[in-house]
Design a binder for this molecule. Structure first.
Ligand code: GLP
Length: 246
């Protein structure tokens, strides 16, 4: 896993957008896995700008989102369906038939997880997986303790994640369950780029990079990945090199 430290959020976001654009230029039918949250917004803004001003096309690409809350309809304003439409898919030339976001309202969520995993396999697997990271080291919604061999499944969210993500809801907590792409599914991506910005991610970043590779720190799994990169701003990198143990 290679860590790249950029001077600030904009530089990190531009580098992330460039990495996605490069894979699309090399292979227009690239299969992308994409995150939500505040961190990737700058990358999406830059990709939309590249689409509008530089002719970057997404028409041949396939998109899989990492996760979705269980129980939220696709038009719920805090759903990841709406987030992706408003920040990215609705602003580029993506083919709606090749946009996949887990259905949080599926009558049988387990079947939905199997369907999602099968769709990824059908697409030939993920070429480039872009990830954020939670303050507790979660990737997608794979919370600490998620097995490295897990596949797409229904998960319980931790209290801390529910409280942090409550900002998106008119409640003091986010929903308690979600569908997330699994750890093994993420690991099977040909390339992974994890984005982290801000001092509130510095502890998780240091633990993932310098602590033990452990299911208690999900992002540490990427250390065993042959082509994983961390794109960090200086704040997110500020705890590196300080002797983190575990
Ligand atoms: C949510 C998402 C994650 C994301 C994390 C961090 O929990 N499920 O995929 O990485 O938030 O979000 P932010 O970038 O807002 O800190």
């Amino acid at each position: 896993m290679r860590a790249h430290v950029f001077p600030d959020y904009e530089a990190m976001s531009t580098a992330a957008a460039d990495a996605v654009a490069q894979s699309l230029e090399e292979e227009p039918s690239t299969v992308l896995m994409l995150p939500t949250g505040i961190t990737p917004l700058g990358m999406y803004r830059r990709l939309v700008e590249m689409h509008r001003t530089e002719g970057l096309s997404f028409a041949g690409a396939t998109f899989f989102n990492l996760d979705e809350y269980l129980g939220l309809t696709p038009d719920h304003e805090a759903s990841y369906h709406v987030y992706m439409k408003e920040n990215f898919y609705g602003l580029i030339d993506a083919d709606p038939a090749r946009i996949f976001v887990p259905d949080g309202t599926a009558s049988d969520p387990e079947v939905e997880c199997e369907r999602y995993e099968a769709a990824i396999a059908e697409a030939g697997g993920i070429d480039v997986g872009v990830l954020g990271i939670g303050r507790n080291g979660h990737i997608g919604f794979n919370e600490p303790g998620a097995r490295f061999d897990s596949r797409t499944r229904v998960v319980e969210l931790s209290e801390s994640t529910r409280k942090i993500n409550a900002a998106d809801f008119e409640a003091d907590r986010a929903p308690g369950r979600a569908i997330t792409v699994g750890m093994a599914t993420i690991f099977a991506s040909s390339a992974v780029v994890l984005l982290a910005s801000g001092t509130n991610k510095a502890g998780a970043v240091a633990a993932a990079v310098e602590g033990d590779v452990s299911e208690s720190m999900p992002a540490s799994m990427l250390r065993n990945h042959p082509n994983a990169s961390l794109f960090l701003d200086e704040d997110a990198a500020s705890d590196l090199g300080q002797g983190v143990a575990g």
